[in-house]
Ligand binder design. Structure first.
Ligand SMILES: NC(=O)c1ccc[n+]([C@@H]2O[C@H](COP(=O)([O-])OP(=O)(O)OC[C@H]3O[C@@H](n4cnc5c(N)ncnc54)[C@H](OP(=O)(O)O)[C@@H]3O)[C@@H](O)[C@H]2O)c1
Length: 270
């Protein structure tokens, strides 16, 4: 039986996930109701053939979803959750992708019998290359876990954790991580310009190098460290560059500080 799905929030992440689910045949557009007061974002969902409504009070009579996906900003949850309490009492799986919002908060707002899975995705889900880390409460049935697995696998790789406290570090690493890599591309391109390259060539070389190295790392049987050693000849150009990047004040400590700051912010949001 195809899943009936309700998506609450059709912004960047909501759209990325919905597009993937429809393209991969996980849901049929006619079985999806999308709620979003932002008419432009809602238009993207209706353009895919889903039913779009601006508010939960317009939920069509008789529509009972198997899965409700909450994809609104964490600060909107206080307003949003109480409006779904009645519909959640009928037993659908609730999936939240909100950063820093713990399962206990959903149980409090939706009732202790609510089946909740917290997922931390990332934006490469838009090109089916997301990293999705999931954590469920004990009300979730094995069938509901399979439903979540199926939805998330359609847009990337899925990992399950039992210890919810790890979600803050997951958020700091893979949730926020795409932005670190985008900044790395910007920084590499700027460094290429400083070294004398024309800007358009530097940008293309930086983007392509990050994308190519990422693809090689994910497809190769060798670890990133082995791949790095393979291309580093003693006294060569790569060794000269890595000497700077791997110095005591190089990328290692900087990345630790970066992930720690994002992890801390995720805890604060909670
Ligand atoms: N973006 C990321 O990289 C990323 C990664 C991992 C997790 N997340 C999580 O994903 C969630 C969504 O993030 P996003 O980047 O997709 O945000 P977004 O682009 O701002 O999308 C949120 C959407 O929800 C709408 N909305 C506001 N109030 C609503 C309500 N009461 N009911 C239904 N929809 C409502 C917003 O409308 P308005 O524009 O009118 O406010 C907007 O269209 C967040 O909780 C975030 O923590 C995001």
């Amino acid at each position: 039986m195809p899943l009936k799905l309700m998506l609450v929030g059709s912004g960047k992440m909501g759209q990325a996930m919905l597009g993937g689910w429809i393209d991969e045949g996980q849901v049929r557009p006619g079985d999806v109701v999308v709620i979003d007061p932002n008419s432009e974002n809602l238009g993207v969902a209706t353009g895919l053939g889903c039913q779009g409504i601006a508010s939960p009070k317009d939920i069509p009579d008789g529509f009972q979803p198997d899965v409700i996906v909450l994809a609104v900003k964490p600060q909107m949850m206080t307003d949003v959750l109480p409006t779904f309490r009645t519909i959640v009492e009928k037993g659908p799986l609730v999936i939240s992708i909100a950063a820093g919002t713990g399962i206990a908060r959903f149980e409090k707002a939706l009732g202790s019998h609510a089946a909740i899975i917290r997922v931390m995705p990332n934006t490469p889900a838009a090109v089916r290359k997301g990293m999705m880390v999931c954590c469920s409460n004990d009300q979730v049935t094995p069938e509901q876990e399979r439903h979540c697995d199926m939805l998330m696998a359609a847009i990337g790789s899925v990992f399950w954790i039992e210890d919810e406290s790890l979600m803050d570090a997951v958020t700091g690493l893979s949730g926020s991580g795409p932005a670190y890599v985008f900044y790395m591309i910007e920084a590499m391109a700027a460094a290429g310009v400083s070294a004398g390259l024309p800007e358009d060539l530097a940008v293309k070389l930086a983007e392509g190098t990050v994308a190519g190295a990422g693809a090689l790392a994910s497809q190769s049987k060798e670890t990133a460290a082995e791949l790095r050693r393979n291309v580093t000849s003693p006294n060569g150009t790569t060794a000269a560059g890595l000497e700077v990047l791997m110095a005591d004040d190089g990328l290692g400590p900087l990345m630790r500080k970066t992930v720690a700051a994002a992890t801390r912010r995720s805890k604060e949001l909670g």
